[in-house]
Design a protein around this ligand. Structure first.
Ligand SMILES: Cc1ncc(COP(=O)(O)O)c(C=O)c1O
Length: 304
């Protein structure tokens, strides 16, 4: 499926800002997840794998998307989840966690591991017992980032991307921005907005692309991965009211906050055309609202 849904955001500045609604790219698998999984699932099918095993945190968009994509394409799915405490009382965890509960509803089974074991998830020692238990399994890394994912993300800019001077996107593991960089023109600049503190991200991106027309804007992670404050929540709620576009608090909210901050500070020259990629992630809002409630922060307003 190819969607070029570009929406202009009206602003009181002499630049043009458009949002590419990748969150609408597929009815169930949003944004960069659809792009990342597309060629991976085609590869798994072509090579007769029957099971998909992947890795993520308790609210991972990638876990949610893999469960759905796997069930649509006829794969058994296994999610290796960070946090062994979540497996102690699974029914309680599922009752409290909309991401895992949805993944379970789509047939995913879970392996809960401690944070220290999870850190070793890319080692052969970690993978060996999994592959022994599921010999027909295709392993997809955390966040879905691999060569085939980057190939899929290179299609995000198909066609219309050339009309813009700057392309902006959120960054987690670096796969999405790498695909975008690969398909960008040399005259364009790609700006990444990391959702986490991570000096390591530049090196991750350099694994997938040798082009240099990109930069990470590292001041908008708000303290780290899934860290949220009242300013971000109120920004997301106001953005939704004003432009009728819902953003998530982990990735796209931080990116848009950053893009608008840069615009207001005059970072972009006059008449610049900017394209921000809405990479989805909206499934995570319900779970994040539970966290916000616990912290006594305002909630993200949305209708299901
Ligand atoms: C909604 C959303 N946007 C952006 C990203 C960042 O993508 P990447 O991990 O490829 O950098 C993620 C995480 O994968 C995500 O879930």
């Amino acid at each position: 499926m190819s969607v070029n849904l570009i929406q202009e955001i009206s602003l009181p500045y002499d630049v043009t800002l458009c949002i590419q609604r990748e969150d609408l790219v597929h009815p169930q698998i949003q944004g960069n997840k659809y792009r990342k999984l597309r060629y991976n699932l085609a590869f798994a099918k072509a090579n007769s794998y029957k099971t998909l095993i992947t890795f993520g945190g308790a609210y991972s968009n990638h876990i949610a998307a893999t469960a759905i994509a796997g069930s649509l394409e006829g794969f058994k799915t296994i999610g290796v989840i960070r946090g062994e405490e979540l497996g102690v009382d699974l029914e309680k965890t599922l009752a409290q966690n909309p991401t895992l509960s949805s993944a379970r509803d789509h047939g995913m089974d879970f392996v809960f591991v401690s944070r220290s074991a999870y850190r070793d998830k890319d080692t052969d020692e970690f993978k060996r017992p999994l592959l022994k238990a599921y010999p027909d399994a295709y392993l997809i890394p955390e966040g879905g980032t691999n060569k085939l994912a980057v190939q899929g993300c290179a299609e995000i800019l198909d066609g219309h991307g050339a009309n813009f001077d700057y392309i902006c996107c959120p960054v987690g593991t670096g796969g999405t921005i790498s695909g975008i960089i690969e398909s960008s023109g040399v005259q364009q600049k790609v700006l990444g907005f990391p959702a986490l503190k991570g000096g390591f991200l530049s090196d991750e991106i350099k694994k997938w692309t040798s082009k240099t027309n990109w930069e990470l804007m590292s001041e908008y992670h708000l303290g780290g991965y899934a860290k949220m404050d009242a300013v971000l929540i109120s920004f997301i709620n106001n953005f939704q009211k004003k432009h009728n576009i819902l953003l998530d608090p982990v990735y796209t909210g931080k990116m848009m906050l950053g893009v608008l901050d840069l615009i207001s500070k005059g970072y972009f020259p006059s008449n610049t055309r900017i394209l921000a990629i809405h990479t989805g992630g909206l499934q995570g809002i319900e779970g994040m609202n539970k966290k916000l409630l616990q912290k006594g922060l305002p909630l993200i307003q949305y209708t299901e």
